[in-house]
Write a protein that binds this ligand. Structure first.
Ligand code: PGA
Ligand code: ZN
Length: 448
């Protein structure tokens, strides 16, 4: 079985394919941080099955679907309270009973059933982890029933296309002991023609960055998403080193390889005040915007995620007004993969793209609704994994099947990340355009 192939099920004794759900089996497995997580297997009457694993965030938005954890959250509890026996029990009990007999092809009805069964706004009763693992496993089982890969099941009659990767080189924020305030220093291969070429270039930048840091005695380790964990003195230094790494890889900064940032500002800012710990000072919203504008003027930055905190909608609006014509402004914590919030932000002119994380929404149908709301607003959409991940590659299939133009899954190291990039390479071989990427002009930076 290929590492990324989670859809192969068993044929029943009779060999009959039926899309009726027999039941859902949940089990506790382990994520990339060594924490418990939920795996769900949707089994069909035919014996075919679909399997998926819930990811987990560390820098979460307050409006996200919440994971159900056993608790209590203290260091002396088993697994520091992160165990998921309650969530797994919900999959094996209530969820399995509610979904048994339903048609696996009807994702909308199944997701509505999950939402109704949970009955809470934040998905805390069944657990966002139990719900998303089940919802994604349903999609895998539906693809297995059709005997097609998940991306093909999702794109129906249209041809799928590979997304442009956004790949972390340095990790900071909540993913690296807050050594840097900014969470992700990433690369986007804006000049690459194919998905494979984008990965080739990024591999060279990642390697060059590691060598540069090691030579200078600045390498402190590997951050949660696989990026280098540097010991820099301030956030801007990381930008200088990133440009150096791009050049050392033989690429032209801006033209071939551009920079993108996830500031994850909710982690260090609220009420219009941003405390930059590694720079030893606090900024107000206006100063924060000026600082980011200064970076945009001096470095080839094409995309900035969560430049301001989730409670600073006016700040997001001002920032988007000032730079949104040339730079992609992505909302993650403020929009939490919620269609209504995307529509409201678009109407207000706050952000021009959304980060799409299925476990923020809780079900695939709601994830798709947020994606569609972005398309309706002529926004960009970046399908994204979480900092706590696994071998599950569902997000890659969503990006291809839905025709999302961008994909973010962390860095270019460690198998929970590489499983996704490698799945993209496999899918590319089946697409009519191979791994051809969307044209540059279709991105905001292409109109610069
Ligand atoms: P998280 O980080 O998965 O820890 O929330 C990813 C992001 O902020 O984009
Ligand atoms: Zn983010």
């Amino acid at each position: 079985m290929a590492s990324g192939d989670l859809t192969r099920g068993r044929l029943g004794m009779t060999g009959i394919r039926s899309s009726e759900i027999a039941g859902v089996h949940g089990r506790r497995i382990w994520d990339s941080r060594g924490r418990p997580t939920v795996e769900a297997e949707v089994e069909l009457r035919s014996g075919l099955l679909g399997r998926s694993i819930a990811p987990a965030g560390a820098s979460t938005g307050s409006g996200e679907a919440v994971d159900r954890r056993d608790g209590p959250r203290d260091a002396t509890a088993a697994f520091a309270g992160f165990d998921v026996t309650g969530a797994v029990g919900a999959v094996n009990g209530e969820i399995s009973a509610a979904l048994a007999g339903m048609d696996v092809a009807d994702q909308t009805a199944i997701d509505a059933t999950l939402v109704e069964l949970d009955g809470t706004r934040d998905r805390s009763r069944l657990g966002g982890n139990a719900m998303i693992a089940t919802s994604m496993a349903v999609a895998h089982a539906a693809a297995a029933a059709e005997d097609v890969p998940l991306w093909r099941h999702l794109c129906g009659s249209e041809n799928g296309a590979l997304p442009l990767p956004e790949i972390q080189i340095f990790g900071g924020g909540a993913h690296a002991g807050r050594r840097l305030d900014v969470q992700d220093f990433m690369c986007i291969a804006v000049g690459a023609e194919t998905f494979g070429q984008a990965l080739d270039w990024t591999a060279e930048v990642y390697r060059a960055a590691g060598e540069l840091l090691a030579d200078a005695g600045r390498l402190a380790g590997i951050a949660d998403e696989g990026g280098w964990w540097p010991s820099f003195d301030d956030n801007e230094e990381a930008l200088h080193w990133l440009i150096r790494a791009i050049e050392r890889a033989g690429l032209e900064p801006g033209e071939q390889m551009a920079v993108s940032l996830d500031i994850a500002a909710s982690e260090f800012g609220s009420n219009g005040r941003y405390t930059l710990a590694c720079e030893g000072r606090a900024l107000d919203t206006g100063e924060m915007i000026e600082k980011l504008e200064g970076w945009i003027a001096r470095f080839p930055i094409v995309s900035i995620e969560d430049p301001l905190a989730e409670d600073d909608l006016q700040g997001l609006r001002t920032f988007t007004e000032r730079v949104g014509h040339a730079v992609q402004v992505i909302g993650d914590d403020a929009l939490v993969t919620n269609a209504k919030l995307v529509r409201e932000a678009a109407a207000a002119g706050a952000c021009n793209a959304v980060l799409v994380k299925p476990n923020q929404a809780g079900t695939l149908s709601e994830t798709r609704a947020a994606f569609d709301a972005a398309a309706a607003a002529d926004w960009g959409a970046v399908i994204s994994a979480r900092s706590g991940e696994s071998e599950d590659v569902t997000v890659v299939h969503l990006a291809v099947g839905w025709g999302a133009k961008q994909l973010k899954v962390g860095s270019f190291a460690r198998s929970e990340r590489m499983a996704k990039w490698n799945e993209g390479l496999r899918i590319a071989e089946s697409l009519p355009g191979g791994g051809e990427l969307p044209p540059r002009a279709s991105f905001p930076w292409g109109r610069r």
